[in-house]
Design a protein around this ligand. Structure first.
Ligand SMILES: Nc1nc2c(c(=O)[nH]1)N[C@H]1C(S)=C(S)[C@@H](COP(=O)(O)O)O[C@H]1N2
Ligand SMILES: [Mo]
Length: 372
């Protein structure tokens, strides 16, 4: 198994002869076509229509018969539970609008390029999740005082990094008891679609998407740190294959713009009519608030403040707008945000080995014409 599952390259553009944009491996194309990003036009909506929300599935989408399915809660609890979907849906209901982003968003824009799901910048979306609080079910199961973490196991199984595994992630007990952490069975007012975790998934607002385990099967209280593959090997800010690095956790501040004007089909070049152009987009900052959004229309030399919309739901992206007097010619637009904790998006690309948390300011090349 080990030989067959070894990737051909881990990074591209490192002097191995293949430069960043020259080619993609067929394996990456398979991943890219299974795991769609949100088309950036989707930034226009407060809540992303379900079919436009990004999607990330490590292994396969499991087929689940909800009538037979039970959520098992066990480990260090004095009352282990096996709960049906019907019973979970009878519990007190919570609705929460949450912007979720994949930690690998922007990976394919890095140079050298880490070889994995080749996200450009669309691995983000905002949904209204319906569910019940995780805390209330954990309370019902009665956690042991020695509980340190809560471990979540999905029904999906596969091989990653040559390790056979179910998709598993843990959070600390403090995080698990956070009032906004949900066991969600609804997305945008409908049952979860299979690819988004039917019948039940975790939603950890403010964290990068990997924490929100889909197709939940088992929840366990444990008295130690869970050191599975998706915790200790993947989702690390590391500088090399051997560097253990730091764990990836909360979503970093980021802003994106709705692509202005109209595209060229093949090159995706943006064509804009000269005159006043309303630039618009969204900004989000995980557990922080968005403090400020700035736009540059001269390739990053000068920056001006965009207008922010009214504050919305705590974990949801916020709209911004900026009026630009577009003159004929070629222009490079940039947008960057700052969060309420003082963190800003970098303009120069920082790099890490797995291509995680890339919140570099978006650059958009524009061709302005007198008549379109
Ligand atoms: N069981 C399971 N849960 C999972 C994943 C997975 O592959 N299996 N992918 C995670 C990752 S990396 C992300 S970014 C989000 C994506 O959620 P979405 O596909 O609903 O947008 O789900 C997370 N939960
Ligand atoms: Mo992800």
């Amino acid at each position: 198994m080990a030989e067959k599952t070894k990737p051909r390259f881990e990074i591209v553009g490192d002097g191995s002869g293949l430069e960043k944009s020259e080619m993609y491996f067929p394996e990456e194309l398979v991943l890219a076509s299974r795991n769609r990003g949100m088309p950036l036009e989707g930034l226009r909506y407060d809540v992303t229509p379900t079919g436009m929300h990004y999607l990330l599935v490590h292994f396969d989408i499991p087929y689940v018969d909800a009538k037979k399915w039970r959520l098992r809660i066990g480990g260090l609890v004095s009352r282990p539970l096996a709960v049906s979907l019907k019973d979970i849906m009878k519990r007190p209901r919570q609705k929460l609008i949450v912007t979720m982003e994949c930690a690998g968003n922007g990976r394919a824009l890095m140079n050298p390029r880490p070889v994995s799901q080749p996200w450009l910048d669309g691995a983000v979306g905002t949904a209204e999740w319906t569910g019940t609080s995780l805390k209330s079910l954990l309370d019902k199961a009665r956690l042991s005082k020695t509980t340190e973490e809560i471990l979540f196991t999905g029904l999906d199984r596969g091989v990653q990094g040559e390790e056979l595994q179910y998709y598993q992630r843990s959070v600390t007990i403090a995080e698990a008891m956070h009032e906004d952490v949900l066991l969600a069975y609804g997305m945008n007012g409908r049952p979860l679609e299979p690819q988004h975790g039917y019948p039940l998934r975790l939603i950890v607002p403010g964290w990068y998407g990997m924490a929100s385990v889909k197709w939940l099967e088992r929840i366990e209280a444990i008295d130690h740190h869970f050191d599975g593959y998706q915790m200790e090997k993947s989702y690390r800010y590391a500088q090399s294959a051997d560097d253990p690095g730091e764990p990836v956790n909360l979503i970093r501040v980021r802003s994106l713009m709705v692509p202005p004007g109209i595209p060229d089909f093949m090159t995706r070049a943006r064509l804009v009519q000269a005159g006043r152009v309303r630039l618009a987009g969204r900004a989000w900052a995980g557990r922080y608030a968005v403090g400020r959004v700035e736009v540059s229309t001269d390739g990053g030399v000068t920056w001006r403040d965009a207008r922010l919309s009214k504050k919305g739901p705590r974990y949801a992206w916020r709209a911004w707008a900026f009026d630009w007097d577009a003159q004929p010619g070629r222009h490079t637009l940039l947008v960057r945000a700052r969060d309420s904790d003082g963190n800003s998006q970098p303009v120069e690309q920082p790099w890490n080995y797995q291509g995680m948390g890339n919140n570099t300011a978006q650059r958009v090349e524009i061709i302005v014409e007198n008549k379109l």
